[in-house]
Every structure is written in structure tokens, then in C-alpha cells.
Design a protein around this ligand. Structure first.
Ligand code: PDD
Length: 283
């Protein structure tokens, strides 16, 4: 079966993705001056959309980009994109840039933001990957100090992911000043003595929508959870390591820097959280 052409939304119009164009002076292209969201869709319904829209609103406010729609407007745009694609499970990608203007670092006046959105099919990760878990490497976090903004300026994340790929790994676990931050495109969870540990909600990490979800899932499964600074030693001697993101859901990291995490197999906390995640997304 041939893959249907993806439909994109660009500045008020729906059109085939291959025909969507932005001018080269768009500040997203010139400066990486924009923000984005990735929203999973299960069974035709967006998952945790209000939380994603709240983060979109925060990212726009923190970057001083005018929010071109209210939540109802974003919700109807997302619904329309979903309806235009045949897949039951999708990802909606939304990007807002500061717009098109003569190249000058300072904010331009009277320029409308560029709004782009598209949908892709959500293809589940191969089950073999869930059975074995994935490899990660540790890296210094060399990104800027506003990682709480879901910025399209992702060069630091891109370089970190590439270093992981070149080391034969799936993801990296980054550290700043001796404390764990996150992965190149995921939040990282450390399981020690039955407690789930995650980095604090601050400017050094993106607050994944799965962070709030995992807090809820842990509460539902009576798993203690703490968001706090986590040392390199605590990560290095974890019983389990997990990553979470819209695209990977929750996934076990079973080797770190070439050494097994715990017994080198996905652990019981992963199994509980994955099952709870599957129930939540279909619920
Ligand atoms: N990335 N941290 C970073 C740096 C991320 O890029 C992401 C997600 C997360 C997890 O956030 P969430 O649970 O809301 O997906 C954490 C998306 C999926 C991406 O860039 O494709």
C-alpha cells in the first residue's frame, strides 16, 4: 500500500507537505527563532493535548512570540490535521516562528508569526527494542540555559544525539555540573531501591509532558517518585534507567557507556510503567 501524502498546515492553508514553502528570511530558518510541540495521537484522539498546549503557550510567552491562536483554535487545528490523515495513531508536529523579516537579531515589529503543522504516522518501536532495552552514553550537557523552552534551536541536542549514534547508542544521558539533566530528545529516569528519580523541573531540562504523566502513573502504581538533583554516581549504579518522550513513550536503557544497567535487562519498574502507559493512552 502506498503511503498517503501528508497534509501540512501553513499560515491558514492546508496543502500537501511537499508543496509547503516558507521564505528564506523566516526567522526560524535564519535564527532558529521559534518553538515547537510534538503531540501523540492514539485512536484518532490527541493524548494530553491540554498539557501540550499549556507548554506551547509557555514557550511562546518565554520567547516573546505572540500566540497566534487560543487553546480552542489550536485544538481545532489539531483535530482537522488528524482528520485529514488515515492513521489511527499519529504525531502532530506544531512549529511557530517569529515570522519573516529583514535579517536583524532584535524582534521585528508588526510581523505575524509563521505557523506550521503536520502529521506523521506513529509507528510503534520494534518490540525487540522493548525486550532488550537500548544503549545510551553519558555526555556533558553543552546546551544553553533555557532548556525549559521547547525551542527549535536544537543544535546542542542534534550534536549530542549524533555523538550517541556514532557510539552505537540510541540516546545520551547528559550531565551539567555533575548532575543529570536529560537526553537529547527525552527525559531520563533513574530507578534506585524501588524509587523513581527524575531531574527537577527547572531551566536545565524540558519539562516533558510525560514527566507529569509518569508522576501520575507512579502514584497509581504506588511507586515512590522524587524529582531532585541526581549525581553521576547515582546514575552509574542505578537498578534501572528509563527514558520518556512523546515518540518513545517509556523505554528501558539497559546499557550505559558499554556497561549493563542493573542486570542488563528491562526491569520491573519499567514493566509496570509501560503497562500503565499503555492503559492511560487507550483510556
Ligand atoms: N522531544 N527533553 C527533550 C530535550 C526533548 O526534546 C523531549 C521531547 C523531551 C520529552 O518531552 P515529551 O514527554 O513532552 O515528549 C524531553 C520531542 C519528542 C522531539 O523533539 O521530537
Amino acid at each position: 500500500m502506498s503511503t498517503p501524502e501528508q497534509i501540512a498546515y501553513l499560515n491558514g492553508e492546508f496543502l500537501p507537505l511537499s508543496q509547503a514553502r516558507v521564505p528564506v528570511l523566516d526567522r526560524g530558518f535564519i535564527f532558529g527563532d521559534g518553538i515547537y510541540e510534538v503531540v501523540p495521537v492514539y485512536g484518532g484522539r490527541p493524548f494530553r493535548l491540554p498539557e501540550h498546549l499549556a507548554r506551547l503557550t509557555r514557550s511562546l510567552a518565554k520567547t516573546g512570540i505572540q500566540n497566534p491562536r487560543d487553546d480552542a483554535g489550536w485544538t481545532s487545528l489539531v483535530s482537522e490535521l488528524i482528520a485529514r490523515h488515515p492513521w489511527s495513531d499519529q504525531f502532530i508536529y506544531i512549529q511557530v516562528t517569529r515570522g519573516v523579516a529583514k535579517r536583524d537579531h532584535a524582534f521585528p515589529k508588526g510581523v505575524a508569526p509563521t505557523v506550521f503543522a503536520m502529521s506523521s504516522e506513529f509507528v510503534a518501536l520494534p518490540s525487540a527494542l522493548r525486550e532488550t532495552g537500548v544503549a545510551a552514553i553519558t555526555l556533558p550537557d553543552e546546551r544553553w540555559l533555557h532548556c525549559d523552552i521547547k525551542s527549535i534551536s536544537l543544535l546542542g541536542n542534534v550534536l549530542a544525539r549524533q555523538a550517541a549514534v556514532e557510539a552505537g547508542a540510541f540516546e545520551c544521558v547528559m550531565f551539567r555540573d555533575g548532575y543529570m539533566t536529560e537526553g537529547s530528545a527525552s527525559n531520563i529516569w533513574v530507578v534506585r531501591n524501588g524509587t523513581v528519580l527524575g531531574a527537577p523541573r527547572d531551566h536545565l531540562v524540558l519539562e516533558g509532558i510525560r514527566v507529569g504523566l509518569i508522576e501520575e502513573l507512579c502514584a497509581g502504581a504506588s511507586l515512590p517518585l522524587e524529582l531532585r538533583r541526581i549525581t553521576r554516581e547515582e546514575v552509574g549504579s542505578a537498578d534501572e534507567l528509563l527514558l520518556s518522550s512523546a515518540t518513545r513513550e517509556v523505554l528501558p536503557i539497559t546499557s550505559l557507556d558499554g556497561r549493563p544497567v542493573g542486570d542488563g535487562r528491562p526491569g520491573p519498574v519499567y514493566a509496570k510503567l509501560y503497562a500503565a502507559y499503555q492503559a492511560a493512552k487507550r483510556g
